[in-house]
Design a protein around this ligand. Structure first.
Ligand SMILES: Cc1cc2nc3c(=O)[nH]c(=O)nc-3n(C[C@H](O)[C@H](O)[C@H](O)COP(=O)(O)OP(=O)(O)OC[C@H]3O[C@@H](n4cnc5c(N)ncnc54)[C@H](O)[C@@H]3O)c2cc1C
Length: 398
C-alpha cells in the first residue's frame, strides 16, 4: 500500500503524524520538507532566540524528540513541486514521484517581502536562519532599527530590539497596531506600550520604499514624504500561505487550502495549520489561523480525518488561542474577534497595563484578550468552548 504523505515537517505536519500513529495506523508515513534541517519551533525566534537568551538548539519543535517512536520516513531538503489530487501522486523537485494513499498538506506560509532588489540589512522572520541573521545584524550595533508592520511579529521584534538597547521605529500603515485581528482600542494600548518603552511609533503611514546606499539599506521612505534612517529593517507585513505547488492539483485554493469543516480539501487530501482555511463550525465562519496551538490541534484533527471513513468524519470546532510576549507583558487571546467588534474592558485597566477585554458582536462574545491575566483567559476560553454567548462571559469576568 502507498504511504500516507505529509508535506511540511513542522508543527501541523508532525502533529498530524502523531494523531495518525495515535489512531493505530501502522502503515508507512513519509514526511517531506523543503528545509534542509527539521524546522525549529517558531515562537522563540522573535523572542528568546532573537534576544540571545535561548540557545538556537533549544528552539526545537515539541515532537522533534519523538520522530523515531513515530516511525516516519523523514525526507528533508525535499520540495514538493506539484500534486495530482485525483491520482494522489506528488512530483518532487529532485525529479522523482511518490504515490500516496492520503496526503496531509501542512506547508505553512512565507513572509511577504517588499518589492525591489534585496538589500543587506533587510530581514523577514520565519525560520531559525532568519532569526540568527537578524540577531547578527542587531549585534553589529545599528544606529536604528526600522520595523515595518506592527502585527504580532513586528511588535515582538520591536520589543526585543528595545530590550537589546537599540533605537527602534515601528511603522504601521493602519491607524493602530494589530488591527487585522484586534479592535483599534486594544491596538492603541499596544502602541502606547511601545511608546512607553521608547519606541518611535509611526501609525497611519505607508511605506514608499527602501533607501539604499549601494547594496546596504540606509532607511525607509514613507508615504507622507518623511523618512526613517535605519541600517537594519525588519519587514513584518504578513504572510502568504504556501499553496503555489497546488496549482492545477485539483485541490481548491483561495485564502490558503480550502477545506470543509472536517479539514478535508479533496478526497484523500486534508490540510492543517497556517496553510489551511476551513469552516469553523463553532464560529459559523471560514477562517485561516496563524497560531501555534492551532497548528497542533488542527494537525491532529486533520490526521484523524484522513483515516476516517466519510460517514465517521467529525467537524473540527475551535476557539483559537495565542499568546504574544512584549516587554514584561504577556498578551493572551482566546477567540477570533474582528477589528470592528466592540471592546469591553471587564477587569483591570489599560492604564495599569493589566486587564481583560472581551469582544462583542451582537449577543456573541467573539474573543477575550488578557494582558498579564492568564487565569482569566484560560477560564474564558473554556466558557467560549461551551458557547459564544455574551452573557456567561460577562458574568464570569465582571
Ligand atoms: C517568528 C514567529 C513567532 C511566532 N510566535 C507565536 C506566538 O508567540 N504565539 C502563537 O500562537 N503563534 C506564534 N507564531 C505562529 C506559529 O509558530 C505558526 O502558526 C506555526 O508555526 C505554523 O505551523 P505550520 O506547521 O502550519 O507551518 P510552518 O511552521 O510554516 O511549516 C511549514 C513547513 O512546510 C514546508 N514546506 C512549504 N512548502 C513546501 C513544499 N512545497 N514542499 C515541502 N515542504 C514545504 C516548509 O519548509 C515548512 O517547514 C509565530 C510564528 C513566527 C514565524
Amino acid at each position: 500500500m502507498s504511504p500516507i504523505v505529509v508535506v511540511g515537517a513542522s508543527l501541523a505536519g508532525l502533529s498530524a503524524v502523531d494523531a495518525i500513529r495515535g489512531s493505530g495506523h501502522d502503515g508507512d508515513v513519509v514526511v517531506l520538507d523543503a528545509a534542509a534541517e527539521l524546522p525549529s519551533d517558531r515562537p522563540p525566534l522573535s523572542k528568546q532566540v532573537l534576544a540571545g537568551t535561548m540557545e538556537p538548539a533549544a528552539a526545537h519543535q515539541p515532537l522533534a524528540n519523538r520522530l523515531e517512536e513515530l516511525d516516519v520516513d523523514l525526507r528533508l531538503g525535499c520540495r514538493v513541486e506539484s500534486l495530482d489530487a485525483t491520482a494522489l501522486r506528488l512530483d518532487l523537485r529532485d525529479g522523482t514521484s511518490l504515490n500516496a494513499s492520503g496526503v496531509v498538506v501542512a506547508t505553512g506560509a512565507t513572509p511577504r517581502s517588499l518589492p525591489g532588489p534585496s538589500l543587506q540589512g533587510v530581514h523577514v522572520l520565519r525560520t531559525l536562519e532568519d532569526s540568527l541573521a537578524l540577531r547578527a545584524d542587531l549585534l553589529s550595533g545599528p544606529d536604528r532599527v526600522a520595523v515595518i508592520g506592527a502585527g504580532f511579529i513586528g511588535a515582538e521584534v520591536a520589543a526585543t530590539c528595545r530590550e537589546l538597547g537599540l533605537e527602534v521605529t515601528l511603522i504601521e500603515a493602519a491607524s493602530a497596531p494589530m488591527v487585522r485581528v484586534l479592535p483599534v482600542a486594544v491596538g492603541s494600548f499596544v502602541a502606547d506600550l511601545h511608546r512607553d518603552h521608547g519606541v518611535d511609533v509611526r501609525l497611519g503611514v505607508g511605506v514608499e520604499g527602501l533607501v539604499a546606499d549601494g547594496e546596504r539599506v540606509r532607511g525607509v521612505a514613507l508615504a507622507d514624504g518623511t523618512s526613517v534612517d535605519a541600517t537594519v529593517v525588519v519587514v513584518g507585513i504578513g504572510v502568504v500561505p504556501d499553496v503555489a505547488w497546488l496549482d492545477g492539483s485539483g485541490v481548491p485554493v483561495g485564502n490558503g487550502v480550502t477545506c470543509d469543516e472536517t479539514c478535508l480539501a479533496a478526497p484523500g487530501v486534508v490540510a492543517a495549520g497556517d496553510v489551511a482555511e476551513w469552516f469553523n463550525p463553532h464560529f459559523g465562519e471560514r477562517m485561516r489561523v496563524e497560531q501555534w496551538e492551532h497548528a497542533i490541534e488542527q494537525g491532529a484533527a486533520a490526521g484523524r480525518r484522513l483515516l476516517a471513513a466519510d460517514t465517521d468524519a467529525v467537524p473540527f470546532p475551535s476557539v483559537p488561542w495565542f499568546w504574544s510576549d512584549q516587554y514584561d507583558r504577556k498578551l493572551q487571546m482566546a477567540g477570533r474577534p474582528a477589528a470592528t467588534d466592540e471592546a469591553h474592558v471587564l477587569e483591570g485597566s489599560f492604564e495599569d497595563q493589566r486587564f481583560v477585554v472581551a469582544f462583542r458582536r451582537g449577543d456573541r462574545c467573539t474573543g477575550v484578550l488578557g494582558v498579564n491575566r492568564p487565569r482569566h483567559v484560560v477560564q474564558a476560553r473554556m466558557r467560549l468552548t461551551e458557547s459564544l454567548d455574551w452573557a456567561p462571559i460577562e458574568e464570569l469576568l465582571a
